[in-house]
Design a protein around this ligand. Structure first.
Ligand SMILES: [Zn+2]
Length: 87
């Protein structure tokens, strides 16, 4: 995966950003790994409220995770897909 790196402070952005927080322009693209660390997560859906039935809800939770991929300095927010959300 490609991320971009700021030449002024060295911060590696994934997802790539047009401007750095130091006001530099991250114009160098670098390869990062497609594995990372889940640093935060939450979930939503009627599945999360045991006993509270919600007509129209599928019962399948949406798991939203913040992941820092190896080689990047910033967190990406994504939907985490799993067949067994309790694991
Ligand atoms: Zn910078």
């Amino acid at each position: 995966m490609l991320a971009n790196k700021c030449p002024d402070c060295g911060t590696v952005y994934f997802l790539p950003k047009p401007y750095c927080r130091c006001l530099g322009i991250p114009d160098e693209f670098v390869e990062i790994k497609d594995i990372g660390t889940v640093t935060t997560y939450t979930f939503t859906g009627s599945w999360s409220y045991g006993g509270m039935a919600d007509e129209g809800a599928s019962g399948t939770p949406l798991i939203i995770a913040g992941i820092v991929f190896d080689g990047a300095d910033t967190m990406s927010i994504t939907l985490l897909k799993t067949s067994n959300p309790s694991r």
